[in-house]
Design a protein around this ligand. Structure first.
Ligand SMILES: [Zn+2]
Length: 457
């Protein structure tokens, strides 16, 4: 660039020089007459005078501009510096928020608000600063003011939801979440917050609608949506039963089972209602399918109830028929051990417990072993040994929350500890719940498809 400019200067200088030489070689004369005045000069001098005149005109114009424009320029400069100071205050305020200094942030926020005529951006800072400084009313005021502007309304709602949740006002938070969901149903945190709040307050149908939108907008994966929907249907089935709509209850439970038979709570719910409806055969078929995917002691109990067998020896046969669908799972051996124990078949009970326990028997296995030895009349030392082992044994499978690891006595859809929905799994600590083999998963996803398509639009 510099090279080019230098070159152009050289060219211009050369042209000027050539022109001067050309004029000098042709010393023409110019004569002008006007009202008795007479001017005699050469063409070169006239040209120089013309150039000087033009330069003087330009200079005069610039001087005029400088004198007349000065006051405005001063004002402009002042405004500029006001804006500059405003933005500096804003930057410092944001930095204070990031550093967690609420008081400092509030000081800068006030300054920025005075200097800048841009409410959206200063309001956000004011709200965050107030929130940080623990100024609840200030934060609420700023977030509410943000609702006025369409560009900041969503952000304002987010702040208000956080505020309401901090104050423990669930109804208010839910109201704001519903408004945010209407504004932007494609934003993940909106879908998740609204869904959680609706589930926590037992609004199962509303939660299902939110979930459907989430799946449609790809905020929730199809697989996760399928499982959550099944669990919501379980809850709706319970509510229907409480309201004495047993036909609806059964229908909802069946729909849940078609969606997610690998969920113990789903299988249990459907089988339970089938037993109540007197359809023992179908109840057994349901449990057998559920056992193959995810066995659980409650399912074994329900299976025996459906079979209606009271003879202890024959009950072993019933359990054997069930566990044939998932022979190698430790729950299968534990179920057989339990049935053998009730039929006083000590050797059989011991054998299954040994298989279930493997190299490091769990507390449940140790306790059952102690019971077997006790009832079999073995020496007390052996019983005590098993009970002592139970104290140090690795923890058993239990209903554990996948989000917070809290343990629950029985299954529930909402974790009592962290409030998450559908996170309780029957598993040992530090392990996954039942993980389905890929082919079963693919089959379920395929089976789940029609339900996804027929969602209300
Ligand atoms: Zn939890």
């Amino acid at each position: 660039m510099t090279m080019l400019r230098t070159l152009l200067w050289f060219v211009a200088a050369a042209v000027a020089m050539l022109a001067a030489v050309w004029l000098a070689e042709r010393p023409g004369k110019v004569t002008a007459e006007w009202h008795g005045w007479r001017l005699d000069t050469s063409a070169g001098v006239l040209l120089i005078v013309l150039v000087v005149l033009i330069a003087l005109c330009i200079g005069g114009w610039l001087l005029y501009r400088w004198i007349v424009g000065a006051p405005f320029a001063l004002l402009e400069g002042w405004g500029e510096s006001r804006k500059k100071r405003g933005y500096r205050a804003l930057t410092q305020g944001l930095a204070a928020v990031a550093a967690g200094d609420g008081v400092e942030a509030q000081r800068h926020a006030r300054k920025a608000e005075q200097l800048l005529a841009e409410p959206p951006i200063t309001l956000l800072l004011s709200a965050q600063a107030a929130q940080l400084a623990g100024d609840r009313d200030g934060a609420n005021r700023a977030f509410t003011a943000m609702l006025e502007d369409e560009h900041t309304a969503f952000l304002g709602l987010r702040g208000l939801i956080t505020q309401a949740l901090r104050e423990g006002d669930q109804a208010k938070a839910l109201g704001y979440a519903e408004r945010a969901f209407k504004l932007r149903p494609q934003t993940p945190w909106v879908v998740h917050s609204l869904f959680d709040m609706q589930a926590q307050t037992g609004q199962w149908k509303a939660a299902q609608d939110t979930l459907d939108t989430g799946v449609r907008r790809k905020v929730v994966t199809a697989d996760r949506g399928r499982i959550l929907k099944a669990l919501l249907l379980v809850e709706r089935s319970r509510t229907a039963e409480q309201d004495r709509h047993s036909a609806d209850a059964l229908m909802l439970a069946r729909e849940a089972f078609t969606l997610a038979p690998e969920r113990i709570a789903v299988t249990r719910r459907f089988a339970e209602l089938l037993v109540k409806a007197g359809d023992a055969k179908r109840a057994q078929k349901t449990i057998e399918r559920g056992w193959a995917l995810a066995p659980h002691p409650d399912l074994a109990r329900l299976y025996l109830e459906a079979a209606g067998e009271s003879d202890p020896l024959k009950r072993i046969g019933v359990v054997r028929r069930l566990v044939a669908h998932n022979e190698n799972d430790s729950e299968s051996h534990l179920a057989l051990a339990q049935a053998s124990l009730e039929a006083n078949l000590w050797g059989e009970a011991r054998r299954h417990l040994e298989i279930a326990g493997g190299t490091s028997p769990s507390a449940r296995v140790c306790r059952l072993m102690a019971e077997v030895e006790e009832r079999a009349g073995t020496e007390q030392a052996k019983v005590h040994e098993w009970l002592a082992r139970a104290a140090d044994a690795p923890a058993d499978r239990a209903w554990r929350c996948a989000a917070c690891s809290a343990q629950h006595e029985s299954w529930r859809s909402v974790c009592e500890s962290c409030g998450a929905f559908g996170t309780l799994q029957w598993r040992a600590p530090g392990t996954y719940g039942h993980v389905l083999p890929p082919e079963v998963r693919a089959e379920l996803e395929f089976a789940g498809k029609p339900a996804q398509v027929s969602l209300p639009r």
